[in-house]
Design a protein around this ligand. Structure first.
Ligand code: SF4
Length: 368
């Protein structure tokens, strides 16, 4: 069964009725189990679990230590282009926004890379907007080969590609892929993606599987919280990660939980996910998928991120900039994709991780 067929089975699912039928006893039964079925995972996302957050957090913490040790991996984003042909209503790089557009030259990427490497960071996440003609595969391959000189792990967050293109990037040195569906609810997807390649729901949905088939070591998926009902979106995200985990046994599947932050254009989200809801979803993910990595970006506040280190999160960004050329102040680098909430530099983030009794990991992979 394809993942599309799987989620279509839940298209008419009565979430409201299911949530109303869940009780504290159902939640306790789930917490007593080592392995959860999809509807048990959904039980942990129900209102009945809201008062069991402490128990969920304790179990999530234990599972995280069991599978990941007392460690937090570090990464830093590097935006090399903000050209974009798509029109996503929530994003600062939306093609309709009148911002300065640019892509970095190889010389500029080299300068940015050197600057980042000076901080000690060894895992870089390379990002572009969705403009394949302006940032074609050859440009990306050259950029990755250059970055290999500075970083032991390179992951990408770019427009979705065919398997062969992902394979080219893997060959160049990429080991991880981040590809968010943004919103799994098909109707909402159409409402917030108005033009460009991103209007193709299915091609995007299948990109994570194509990345795994191309041989990336890890693939990171997620929904953007604020676009649709967060608990339903979390459920489908969990099913997606579960599907990929069992289908691609050699690929580490991880789940991000970005919440919408202010960006150019002033988009106001229809749904708010508060901190308690965020913790409920994060711990439910950990209980359903004990081995899944869970990155937390600087979209979240510093104090909240420090708290999440102990609840199941495994990977943190630090010292982040979300504008093109942001680390070296390349000219015209004013527009961020979204606002950052945790502005701590790498040293402060490392100190916070150590203060929490955890070990920061700069490097868990070496490219050859
Ligand atoms: S989310 Fe991505 S595709 Fe959409 S406007 Fe922003 S950069 Fe472009």
């Amino acid at each position: 069964m394809s993942f599309s067929e799987l989620i279509d089975q839940y298209a008419d699912f009565d979430y409201q009725g299911f949530f109303q039928s869940r009780t504290e006893a159902h939640v306790h039964q789930c917490l007593a189990k080592d392995k959860l079925a999809p509807l048990e995972f959904l039980t942990l996302l129900s209102p009945a679990a809201e008062d069991q957050l402490e128990a969920m957090a304790q179990k999530a913490r234990g599972l995280t230590i069991q599978h990941f040790g007392h460690t937090i991996q570090l990464y830093i984003p590097l935006y090399i282009s903000n050209y974009c042909n798509s029109e996503c209503v929530y994003c600062g790089f939306n093609r309709r926004h009148d911002i300065t557009r640019r892509k970095l030259t190889m010389e500029e990427i080299d300068i940015e890379a050197r600057k980042i490497a000076e901080t000690g960071m060894r895992h870089v996440l390379v990002l572009t907007g969705e403009a394949p003609k302006l940032t074609p595969i050859d440009y990306l391959v050259d950029a990755i080969k250059l970055l290999k000189r500075y970083f032991s792990s390179i992951s990408i967050e770019m427009y979705p590609m065919d398997t062969e293109e992902y394979a080219q990037l893997k060959e160049a040195g990429v080991d991880g892929l981040t590809i968010y569906q943004e919103v799994y609810d098909r109707q909402t997807y159409r409402q917030v993606h108005l033009a460009g390649r991103k209007t193709d729901y299915q091609y995007r949905l299948d990109a994570a599987a194509r990345g795994a088939e191309a041989g990336f070591r890890w693939v990171n998926i997620g929904a953007l919280y604020g676009l649709a009902d967060p608990f339903k979106e979390a459920f489908i995200t969990g099913l997606h990660a579960h599907y990929l985990t069992h289908r691609y046994l050699e690929t580490e599947i991880s789940i991000s939980m970005p919440r919408i932050n202010p960006a150019e254009g002033g988009y106001q989200p229809d749904y708010l996910l508060d901190d308690r809801g965020f913790v409920q979803i994060l711990t439910a993910f950990r209980l359903f998928l004990p081995r899944a990595g869970i990155p937390i970006s600087t979209r979240e506040r510093a104090t909240f991120r420090d708290h999440l280190m102990h609840l199941g999160a495994t990977r943190f960004s630090a010292g982040s900039r979300t504008d093109v050329g942001g680390y070296t102040g390349v000219e015209d680098s004013q527009c961020q994709q979204f606002e950052i909430s945790d502005e701590r530099g790498v040293n402060d983030m490392v100190a916070a991780i150590k203060a929490g009794g955890l070990q920061p990991v700069y490097k868990d992979w070496e490219l050859f």
